[in-house]
Design a binder for this molecule. Structure first.
Ligand code: NBP
Length: 482
């Protein structure tokens, strides 16, 4: 029979998604630019379900039931445009193209607009969870028309991850680029989560004196509490691992230069355009960049640090254990700030592009199938359920109480880090954000004064309406600049 969906691009992600659809009873048409990949998939997994392999684009399109659902899983960027150009002429109004690659949301907006003119629904779907997720259930963030959401929703729900309460980890995010935008911010939050965990590890090692396998145990304990998450779980696994060749902790034989594929960077670039302070994500992107500057680091090793006399808690002693508890508080508080910033960016994107995104639903569909899955996300959903127009996650009473209870320890940890010369850009940027938001008055008033002095950029007053300028070069009287 005709296929329910077709997938073109059968590298690891496309192949695994095809198998996932087939396992859920769908008939899946298969196509790849290089036919050898299609043949290999049929050979290795053809028995798992109903597949319709196609050698040519025409054959592929002809094998799809109408309205056609054609999913593209090729390398993001130019290849995606090339595939759209190849297939769009073969489709009819009402058909759907789903791009499951890691597209930039601006590309998705352009493609959606161009295809809409031809009557074709373009669905930019962010897919999280890597290879394993694609096969066993990813978190899926589709954007596009309401019609396409209705036609695709049940299929995406079937193959998606399920949260602990059984809810599918997918929802229609909003029009055009909304899905890829949310996927991008998800990746940015992932960067921030990873950086905060790395800082916690660094402090436990350099300040408290714990060994990696002891830190693994601490993370395992944390994973039974409010920090319960996939990233904390795998952190314990990585830290407990011993290098077979040298017998040393694995973490000590890995080169300390973190790489990135670019979605974290996009998050920060777009945040700059939207004027949203995502300092935690930005510090995480910069920390990876800094780690990669080997020459710069080598040239800086001689720079002075804190006095050698700085006391160090001895590993596993009571001081170290108390410090570990403080680090847990600092990590949790900083994590609340990261999510506050990330959700602010999603809200800003939604407002700017008219997407009308339901923020509580976003947290709910990240509970399974993706790298940032965590018990914590239920709390975010609860916060938005309690108040859908929540100005910020920090305005939620429970989060405010928790961060308030953590703040003394959080400050103590940042102080200890500074005293010991341990860089904690994530913890300290999060704390600075928290303190800036709480402040009655910010020194931005002085900044405005300086701007008015050198550039006549004007200012507002706290005590009456209007726009003003002081004649700094003259007698310094104030004039109305309205
Ligand atoms: P790749 O990103 O490695 O892309 C390989 C596929 O793209 C092959 O099927 C290749 O065909 C096809 N392709 C290329 Br390259 N140029 C093409 C062109 N001009 N015309 C037609 N096909 C072309 O595959 P992947 O790692 O499976 O990822 C697929 C998408 O999913 C990407 O956008 C990726 O960013 C995204 N993603 C990946 C992950 C992950 O964990 N890997 C996670 C989430 C999202 P060929 O066989 O003929 O060379």
């Amino acid at each position: 029979g005709l296929a329910d969906i077709g997938i073109t691009g059968l590298a690891v992600m496309g192949s695994n998604l095809a198998r996932n659809f087939a396992r859920h009873g769908y008939t899946v048409a298969l196509h790849n630019r290089t036919k050898a990949k299609t043949d290999a998939l049929m050979e290795e997994h053809g028995e798992e379900g109903m597949f319709v392999p196609a050698a040519t684009a025409e054959e592929f399109v002809a094998s799809l039931a109408r309205p056609r659902r054609l999913m593209i899983m090729v390398k993001a960027g130019g290849p995606t445009d090339a595939v759209i150009e190849e297939f769009a002429p073969l489709l009819e109004p009402g058909d759907m193209i789903i791009d499951g690659g890691n597209a930039h949301f601006e590309d998705t907006r352009r493609r959606e607009r161009e295809l809409r003119e031809k009557g074709i629904h373009f669905v930019g779907a962010g897919i999280s969870g890597g290879e394993e997720g694609a096969l066993n259930g990813p978190s899926i963030m589709p954007g596009g028309s309401k019609e396409s959401a209705a036609a695709l929703g049940p299929m995406l729900e079937a193959i998606s991850a399920k949260a602990k309460d059984g809810a599918p980890c997918t929802t229609h995010i909003g029009p055009d680029g909304a899905g890829h935008f949310v996927k991008m911010v998800h990746n940015g939050i992932e960067y921030a989560d990873m950086q905060l965990i790395a800082e916690a590890y660094h402090l436990l090692r350099a300040v408290a004196g714990y060994e990696p396998r002891e830190i693994a145990e601490i993370f395992r304990t944390w994973n039974t509490g409010r920090l319960d998450s996939y990233l904390i779980e795998i952190t314990a696994e990585v830290l407990a691992h011993t290098d077979a060749e040298t017998g040393r902790p694995f973490v000590d034989v890995v080169a300390d230069m973190a790489e990135q594929k670019g979605t974290g960077r996009w998050t920060v670039q777009i945040a700059l355009d939207l004027g949203v302070p995502v300092s935690g994500i930005a510090e995480a992107v910069f920390a990876r960049a800094l780690s990669g500057h080997a020459d710069l680091r080598a040239a800086s090793r001689h720079l002075a640090g804190p006095d050698a006399g700085t006391e160090r808690a001895s590993g596993a002693g009571p001081d170290a254990a108390a410090f570990a508890d403080q680090v847990e508080q600092a990590l949790y508080a900083s994590k609340i700030v990261s999510y506050t910033q990330g959700f602010h960016q999603i809200q800003a994107g939604s407002d700017t592009y008219g997407w009308n995104i339901d923020l509580g639903r976003i947290a709910a569909i990240w509970r399974g199938g993706c790298i940032i899955r965590a018990a914590f996300l239920d709390r975010i959903t609860a916060a938005y359920d309690a108040r859908s127009d929540l100005p910020s996650l920090l305005s939620d009473q429970r989060f405010a109480e928790e961060i308030g209870a953590a703040q003394d320890d959080w400050r103590a940890v940042v102080v200890a880090a500074v005293r010991h010369g341990v860089p904690v850009p994530g913890f300290s940027a999060a704390l600075a954000y928290y303190d800036a938001l709480r402040a009655d008055r910010l020194p931005a008033a002085l900044t405005q004064g300086q701007r008015d002095f050198f550039g006549a950029h004007t200012y507002r007053r706290t005590d009456r309406d209007g726009v003003f300028h002081t004649l700094w070069g003259g007698d310094r009287t104030e004039v109305s600049a309205g």
